[in-house]
Design a protein around this ligand. Structure first.
Ligand SMILES: [Zn+2]
Ligand SMILES: [Zn+2]
Length: 164
């Protein structure tokens, strides 16, 4: 039987140990390198944004929320790239999550104008409360200003929507 040397582990193996005869890594090595590629990808900005976007889509599907969902990967990358950590407590962590300012469960959209970044702690704490049911205005004024500037509208206009 024809043999081939795997380019990664350098074992001499039967061709059946390869996905097909155009592959140079054996199957276990391909799986291993795919996993480590995914791990590396998960640490990049694009990977983090993709994960966060996927999580929000899962939540919508799982709960069958009928909400506007036009959030794109570029939107999330942009929000992440321009953020300096959790928008609520300022914590810089690798685990920033998308927070829906008007919760998805309350009809808020998965859309650029309704998201901000929160650490897992703040996201849990806010849970599905409206922003101003959760915190005093003064504590979240900076988030409201950020949302207004992302949308290019006035703070008053955003406030009107965010006031339960
Ligand atoms: Zn190998
Ligand atoms: Zn935080």
């Amino acid at each position: 039987m024809e043999k081939r040397v795997c380019g990664l582990c350098e074992e001499t193996l039967d061709l059946t140990s390869f996905y097909n005869d155009e592959r140079f890594y054996c199957i276990p090595c391909e799986r291993y390198s795919a996993r480590s590629r995914m791990r590396r990808y998960g640490r990049t900005l694009r990977g983090k944004a993709a994960n966060a976007l996927q999580t929000s889509r899962k939540t919508i599907r799982k709960n069958r929320y009928e909400v506007v969902d036009d959030l794109t990967l570029m939107d999330v990358i942009w929000v992440m790239a321009t953020s300096e950590g959790c928008d609520y407590c300022g914590n810089v962590t690798n685990e920033l999550q998308i927070d829906h300012i008007i919760p998805l469960s309350k009809g808020g959209g998965n859309t650029i104008s309704n998201i901000t970044l929160a650490c897992a702690h703040e996201n849990r704490s806010k849970h599905n409360r409206a922003l101003l049911d959760w915190r005093e205005y003064d504590d979240v004024a900076h988030v409201i200003e950020k949302v207004a500037s992302r949308r290019g509208v006035s703070v008053a206009q955003v406030l009107e929507e965010f006031t339960p």
